[in-house]
Design a binder for this molecule. Structure first.
Ligand code: ATP
Ligand code: MG
Length: 271
């Protein structure tokens, strides 16, 4: 049998995947207390293909849980998550690239080795996978560090390595959990602009979890605000700034400040 063919990034026309949460709740068992804990409750959310959605809310309100269910790492307790109309939950959703909150780099592989992994698994020919890895590493500003092991990279560099490792195989949908949290302000602004540029080019669906309300508003078409105890959606806000966006300019507009203040009050009320 021949190796699976992976289309090179430049010729890909992506339209992303549609994600639908229908009456989703997730209950965890606490074995120590033999009690139940409701992580998220009654989540109803429609994310059309190609949309950029940010999720914000206090710590512990279920943001990562939402991504984990979209990736098929575990199933909802009630309700369902649909991906392009198909129920997720019994198998891992291979259409999504998941940049988890922890970087999960393999410590025994170099940066290059980590980025190459997904292409090796998919059987991409050697020359092509090396070109694509080089390109992905350059996109996150890590050229020159290819032979370093994760333990030899800074926290911010490991975050960027995680991004390169996911971007390299061009997933239809990106799930991103605090991807820029450990970056300094300059690198964060660069990565935000790069991410938007990539998104505008490919129109992938993005679900972007962040603690940073400013970042959530600047990047997204829609901001989903979570409340806590139990985790649930308390508000969704459509963000209508024109694309392509100049993030620096938008930040200084009264419209941006008005949205930020309104959402901040909602989040503050939950904390
Ligand atoms: N596998 C699990 N087993 C038991 N409880 C869990 C599990 N995963 C998450 N939880 C609980 O569910 C709740 C939501 O967790 P989750 O990680 O989704 O929060 P979060 O919004 O991502 O928080 P943070 O902003 O701190 O990352 C928390 O109270 C957490 O302790
Ligand atoms: Mg989390």
């Amino acid at each position: 049998m021949s190796a699976p063919v992976v289309t090179p990034p430049d010729s890909v026309v992506r339209t992303g995947g549609a994600v639908s949460f229908q009456g989703v709740s997730k209950v965890f068992m606490d074995p120590a207390k033999s009690s139940h804990f409701v992580a998220v409750r009654d989540i109803d959310l429609e994310i059309p293909r190609g949309r950029f959605v940010s999720v914000v809310g206090p710590s512990g309100c279920g943001k990562s849980t939402l991504l984990n269910m979209t990736a098929g790492l575990f199933a909802p307790t009630t309700g369902q998550v649909l991906y392009n109309g198909t129920k997720v939950g019994t198998t891992v959703n291979t259409e999504v690239g998941y940049i988890t909150q922890a970087d999960n780099l393999l410590p025994w592989r170099t940066l290059r080795g980590n980025v190459l992994l997904a292409l090796e698994i998919r059987g991409v020919p050697k020359k092509e996978r090396e070109d694509r890895a080089r390109d992905a590493i350059a996109r996150v500003g890590l050229t020159g560090f290819e032979d370093r092991f994760p333990s030899q990279l800074s926290g911010g560099m490991r975050k960027r390595a995680g991004l390169a490792r996911t971007l390299v195989y061009e997933p239809e949908t990106l799930l991103m959990d605090e991807p820029f949290g450990a970056l300094d302000a300059m690198m964060r602004a660069t990565m935000q602009a790069d991410l938007l540029h990539l998104w505008e080019r490919d129109q992938r669906t993005v679900i972007f979890v962040t603690h940073d309300l400013e970042e959530a508003i600047l990047l997204a078409d829609q901001v989903v605000v979570f409340g806590t105890k139990p985790g649930r959606i308390i508000h969704t806000e459509d963000v209508e700034f024109e694309r392509p966006r100049d993030l620096h300019e938008i930040r200084r507009t009264p419209e941006f400040t008005a949205v930020w203040e309104r959402l901040w009050r909602l989040i503050e009320g939950e904390m």
